[in-house]
Ligand binder design. Sequence first.
Ligand SMILES: Cc1cc2nc3c(=O)[nH]c(=O)nc-3n(C[C@H](O)[C@H](O)[C@H](O)COP(=O)(O)OP(=O)(O)OC[C@H]3O[C@@H](n4cnc5c(N)ncnc54)[C@H](O)[C@@H]3O)c2cc1C
Length: 614
Amino acid sequence: MGLFGGRKTVFVDADILVIGGGMAGCGATYESRYWGRDLKIVCVEKANIERSGAVAQGLYAINCYMGMQWGENQPEDHVRYARNDLMGLVREDLGYDIARHVDSAVHKFEEWGLPIMRDPETGRYQREGKWQIMIHGESYKPIVAEAARKAASEVYNRIMVTHLLMDKSKANRVGGAVGFNVRTGDFYVFRAKAVIVAAGGASHIFKPRAVGEGMGRTWYAPWSSGSAYALPIQVGAKMTQMENRIVLTRFKDGYGPVGAYFLHLKTYTQNGYGEEYESKWYDHTKALVGDYIDRHPVPTCLRNHAFIEEMKAGRGPIRMVTKEAFQDPHKETVGWENFLGMTIGQAVVWASQNIDPKHINPELTTSEPYVMGSHATCSGAWASGPEDYAPAEYQWGYNRMMTVDGLFGAGDTIGGTAHKFSSGSFTEGRIAAKAAVKYVNDMGRDRPQVSEQEYQDLEKSIYQPMENYRVGRNEIVAGTVSPSYLLPIHGLQRLEKIMDEYVGGTSTNYMTNGVMLNRGLEMLAMLKEDMSHIGAEDLHQLQRTWELHHRLLASESVTHHTLFREETRWPGYYYRGDHMKLDDDKWHCFTLSRYDRNTGKWDMEKAPVYHIID
Ligand SMILES: Cc1cc2nc3c(=O)[nH]c(=O)nc-3n(C[C@H](O)[C@H](O)[C@H](O)COP(=O)(O)OP(=O)(O)OC[C@H]3O[C@@H](n4cnc5c(N)ncnc54)[C@H](O)[C@@H]3O)c2cc1C
């Protein structure tokens, strides 16, 4: 009997299983109950939904709100905006679907107690920018979680989901999931008619800029471990745009947000010599991407591009000019409060570095890349679109269902739909849930059956790292080093280094090419071989092990997609040195991948981009 030989196996049956109780998961849980009054709705979360996910520490703005009640924007405007920002490539059907429903989700947040700032003159929500409204959002997540808690039949906190289960009679139909309780070690088998994956994006797949004592500090939540991608990839769901990683311009060392500074405080950037620099790179950028540089607003990646080039030219550091705005006491207050509601760490970093933005213009940096589907980026699963709006080629089933039957997704999980942010992710969760309820109701008596053999085999491999440790620790030398196993942290650092050096991380200034990507794939394959030798000292390390498995599979996907797209579509996010230009003739398309877990092979294909909105 191993270290956890006494663990229980807990079986949970559900109609709808929601994996991940972040913004999208809470939206999915809430809406499942609305449409499925008598259904058993179960939400499973590896942390605690009260404070989990990327919104855990609160937000200062809701970044996706149309304001249709005041005629501020229409859903079509948002599709145009997202399409422009993503250099032409978004799923317009999915984006439109979110935009037409997002306002009602925000109104619910307010009804549930979220304080939204109002413009004293107009009485409307206080705008930070064209799409953003300002909130007192420290408690944003607990407020949203309360609605999900009340709607769910059961919420299981502290369960790390490691694998999906498939129906034993229908090869391409999902039947549930397995995982383990990160506190008790109990093994969980969830059997469900439909599964909604809402497990967030991926940080820590590229080496972070913050190392040593700052290790763990990242822009996107450090616990975003790529499960949203790995779980569907493992069972053969198609992924899209996984190459479209995002790089953020943020305040240096604390990754503090810049949105409120640019949009509300009207601060601006300059190089180390106090000069405006973006316009200097206009011709250079135009040669790479053509007319996309003339679009308004300038796409996020292209603004990064000017920053990166200016740094490479030796004229850094790039600074945010705060000294002028901070002379206004109101703006100074807003500047600080922006961090207190969202990224307190940035205020602490400034204090520790003697930076008072009233007197010193703080430095900015470009972050390491992240993989996600809800920000100015759209990596994720390939999903069926809304019945009333999606082109025929984008419809093979229920709205937001992936290419696996009964498997739905929302938020960072779903690809092709950038700029949904917190409110759009919650909204997409609602959309997916409505469709999942319909799927369950249409199913009749033909419910999926999971194989006992399958989950018993999985149980064995899930806990194997603890057994590896139990046996291998007898050979420990130099404190923690054992010839028989590697620790999850070693595996993580190896992954981050491979991704950083071969797939376009910070150390190569986001540059890669076909040769480097192929070498990266070889290195990833070697890491994959070693994954069966991970030793986990305790349940915490067991969780780290499975997070690493998920990050690794997501990374493989990113690398294959980056290799497949032979152009530089998003300079400022990454560069293919062997294909430095945007190539609309060949690559105005989505990239799709499908992983075969039996052979370990990835199939790549192109899918057309349909422009539905003029
Ligand atoms: C620093 C920062 C600033 C941001 N600023 C804004 C802003 O100002 N305005 C705005 O609107 N949006 C903002 N966003 C974006 C917003 O947070 C995301 O768009 C949104 O949270 C995505 O929702 P999601 O449900 O897909 O992921 P999340 O909210 O991250 O939820 C994912 C959930 O899945 C859980 N999970 C992951 N893996 C597993 C697993 N294997 N098993 C079980 N559970 C799992 C996680 O613990 C988490 O609870 C910001 C994000 C960050 C990180």
